[in-house]
Design a protein around this ligand. Structure first.
Ligand code: ADP
Length: 422
């Protein structure tokens, strides 16, 4: 499943990078092109505007020339298509350029590929009233158009080279782009794959947890069916078994639902001002008889009137989980201590017991879903291994932190800090 997604993502990433590269190449090419030709066009315009006829003689105002380009050749054309050049140029090019000047259309800027060269030709109507030019041979020319011509072979060749470099860069870079695309795709898939595997594990563990109580219910029901003549009283042990497993399944399913909804971010806290002393008092009242029944000691030390913004029900649930664990994993004559105090802007909660403790290798895993320590494997004492996952979710959802310290055979301490105000 992930191989196909990885392949698709690699292709997608590579296509995106190639498109970015192409867009960059195209922008670079068109920028260089426009810079080169704008300079030439400006130089041609400049040379045209710096020329005028004064008293029948040509006059070139060099002071007006900002973009002087020696490659620009200026020609004058009369109404009969007769052309003269103002710039001396080599005899082999005379004919080419004159032909271009004769052919060019008034008011246009054209690019001509002529006799193996590329020319830019700007032909504009002569704008001044005095337009009769007396030539050295005594003839005169009535100027209609003024034409600037520039050979742009080197610019075109440079642009061609730039295009080749961009294309070569793209082809050479395709392997690198492919590898980078693959690497990025793998990087993007890691959290998805982890979440997917966690989900798979969660479903597998949940099914496994449900299988045992379901098997107990099925076996007990089948055994009862073997003796239909028996009364309920006679079958009370089996009915009790079924009832106990149904209660266990009910608890498990509602815990699973809580975790699933927490994962989907569908569980919101009902935040209200809470006097934490009241919540602790209620929970301790429920637990005290159970603690005494087991022959344990429970000591509670809470600073007076500790207030915080929290979800009262979730806070109650958190304390129940921690005290329930302390009760389950502490043998008589042990002690459970609950301490609560204010530390600057935080409320600090500590649940401590003198129970069996947690072995160091289990410590980092106690908050994992369905994790149960060895001593808790027994179905009767241990739960499904979901209590601390929920406790961690409650604390983190409140913006707090939970950590555990433990020494096997000595006892366990759970430390919780919660922000006093949200
Ligand atoms: P469970 O329902 O099995 O108690 P939890 O998620 O509450 O599940 O706890 C996970 C595991 O952490 C337990 O199986 C147990 O091994 C260990 N544990 C939790 N609290 C204590 C404690 N107070 N003393 C010793 N071990 C504990």
């Amino acid at each position: 499943m992930f191989t196909r997604t990885l392949r698709k993502l690699t292709v997608l990433n590579s296509v995106v990078v190639i498109l970015i590269f192409l867009a960059f190449g195209a922008t670079l090419y068109s920028y260089v092109r426009s810079q080169l030709f704008n300079n030439i066009d400006n130089a041609m315009r400049d040379r045209i505007s710096s020329f005028r006829v004064v008293n029948g003689r040509p006059e070139i105002n060099m002071r007006r020339t900002i973009f002087f380009d020696p490659r620009v050749i200026v020609l004058l054309r009369d109404g009969n298509g007769q052309v003269i050049s103002l710039t001396p140029f080599s005899s082999d090019e005379v004919e080419n350029i004159k032909t271009l000047a004769i052919l060019s259309e008034s008011g246009s800027l054209t690019v001509k590929n002529f006799a193996g060269h590329i020319y830019r030709v700007l032909c504009l109507p002569y704008p001044h009233d005095e337009n009769i030019l007396f030539r050295s041979d005594g003839s005169k020319l009535e100027i209609q158009e003024i034409i600037a011509v520039s050979i742009v072979d080197s610019e075109v060749s440079m642009l061609r080279h730039l295009l080749i470099i961009i294309a070569a860069g793209l082809f050479a870079g395709i392997v690198v782009i492919g590898l980078a695309g693959y690497y990025l795709a793998r990087l993007a898939l890691v959290p998805i794959q982890t979440a997917w595997e966690r989900q798979q594990q969660f479903v597998a563990d949940a099914s496994h947890e449900l299988r045992t109580p379901l098997a107990v219910v099925k076996t007990n029901a089948e055994l009862m069916l073997r003796h239909p003549e028996n009364t309920v009283e006679q079958e009370s042990a089996r009915v009790t078994n079924i009832l106990r497993e149904a209660i266990r399944m009910n608890k498990l399913v509602s815990t699973l639902l809580t975790l699933a909804r927490a994962d989907a971010n569908q569980l919101e806290l009902q935040l209200k001002p809470v006097v934490i002393n009241e919540v602790i008092e209620t929970v301790v009242e429920q637990f005290r008889p159970l603690v005494e029944l087991k022959g344990l000691e429970l000591s509670v030390s809470v600073e007076p009137q500790l207030e915080m913004t929290a979800d009262r029900e979730r806070l109650h649930q958190l304390l129940v989980i921690l005290l329930d664990n302390a009760l389950k994993y502490t043998a008589p004559p042990g002690r459970i201590t609950l301490t609560c105090s204010k530390l600057q802007n935080q409320i600090g909660l500590k649940v401590e017991d003198t129970g069996c403790g947690i072995v160091p290798e289990d410590l980092p895993r106690v908050f994992d879903r369905f994790f149960r320590g060895d001593k808790a494997r027994h179905r009767e004492t241990g739960g499904a291994g979901l209590g601390l996952s929920i406790a961690q979710w409650i604390v983190e959802k409140h913006g707090g932190k939970i950590r555990v310290e433990s020494s096997p055979g000595v006892g366990t301490q759970f430390y919780i800090t919660l922000p006093a105000k949200k």
